[in-house]
Write a protein that binds this ligand. Structure first.
Ligand SMILES: C[S@@+](CC[C@H](N)C(=O)[O-])C[C@H]1O[C@@H](n2cnc3c(N)ncnc32)[C@H](O)[C@@H]1O
Length: 265
């Protein structure tokens, strides 16, 4: 199933705000957790052709290009984000494209990168098959996505409290209360960044999908890719001094994201 239309509209409408947040370093989940772990896994990109899927406003593409890649193409389903990326990085190539309908020649990329985008589609088959086709033999697909342990949890938000629970409480009298549902696929309607409506930021309403690991790994194995590495990153300690002591406490124990390194053999 393709990405929800309201999610595309959210990104289109808030392209400028999104870019400001990405470039200011205020998105601590990116700056101190996901990007350092992803960038640590980058191969030698010198003279390589690279595709960046779900490139948003283009920051990752600029980074990949700065490492010596010959060609970097960024694609995203949001025209608003792609227009902004084109204006910001006129020397790079960007296209509006759905990752479920990749339109490139077979065997055309050495490396495909995707940061926090896979969970926007319910079924990964089309994307994985598409990436497999356009990668050269021996090429790598590196992507980060939501960790199902966090997204299988039951969340509740109020002005005072945000909770994310996966587990159960059982009592002597046989009663049992279960929080969350890891083993079942579910659609999640979420609001990005603004758990308590506490910051001056528009509500970016997005929809994504939770799937258990067995489901995810099953799709990967069916696509023909070999799994080379699997990472459950912890935040950098420096996040504590940069506004994220609570974030550090939570996500050095509970996985928020995960990273797969796949190879076309
Ligand atoms: C959380 S943002 C990540 C942006 C960027 N990769 C980063 O990490 O800063 C997810 C991005 O995926 C894009 N996206 C969602 N579904 C997509 C699809 N089917 N094809 C291409 N891009 C998609 C969204 O428009 C958005 O830019």
């Amino acid at each position: 199933m393709a990405i929800d239309k309201k999610t595309i509209k959210s990104y289109d409408d808030y392209a400028l705000k999104w870019a400001e947040r990405m470039r200011s370093g205020k998105n601590i989940a990116h700056k101190f957790l996901e990007k350092p772990a992803m960038y640590k896994k980058l191969p030698d990109l010198k003279d390589k052709s690279v595709l960046c899927i779900g490139c948003g406003t283009g920051e990752e593409c600029e980074h990949l290009k700065s490492l010596g890649a010959k060609r970097v193409i960024g694609i995203d389903i949001s025209k608003g984000l792609i227009d902004f990326a084109k204006k910001s990085y006129p020397d790079l190539e960007f296209q509006v494209m759905d990752m479920e309908k990749l339109n490139f020649a077979d065997d055309s990329f050495d490396f495909v990168y995707s940061g926090l985008t896979m969970h926007y589609v319910k079924d990964w088959t089309k994307t994985l098959q598409g990436v497999y086709k356009i990668l050269k033999k021996g090429g790598t697909f590196l992507f980060s996505t939501h960790h199902p342990v966090s997204w299988g949890a039951e969340t509740n938000r109020s002005k005072e409290k945000y909770s994310s629970l996966l587990g159960y409480e059982k009592y002597k009298d046989g009663k049992c209360e279960v929080f969350g549902s890891y083993l079942n696929t579910k659609k999640i309607n979420d609001i990005m960044f603004n758990e308590f409506n506490a910051i001056d930021f528009p509500d970016i309403k997005v929809t994504y999908y939770h799937r258990p690991l067995s489901n995810i790994i099953g799709d990967i194995l069916k696509s023909g890719f070999m799994i080379m590495d699997f990472i459950e990153p912890k935040p950098l300690k420096s996040i504590i001094k940069n506004g994220g002591p609570g974030f550090y406490k939570r996500y050095s124990k509970i996985p928020l994201f995960m990273i797969f390194e796949l190879k076309k053999v």
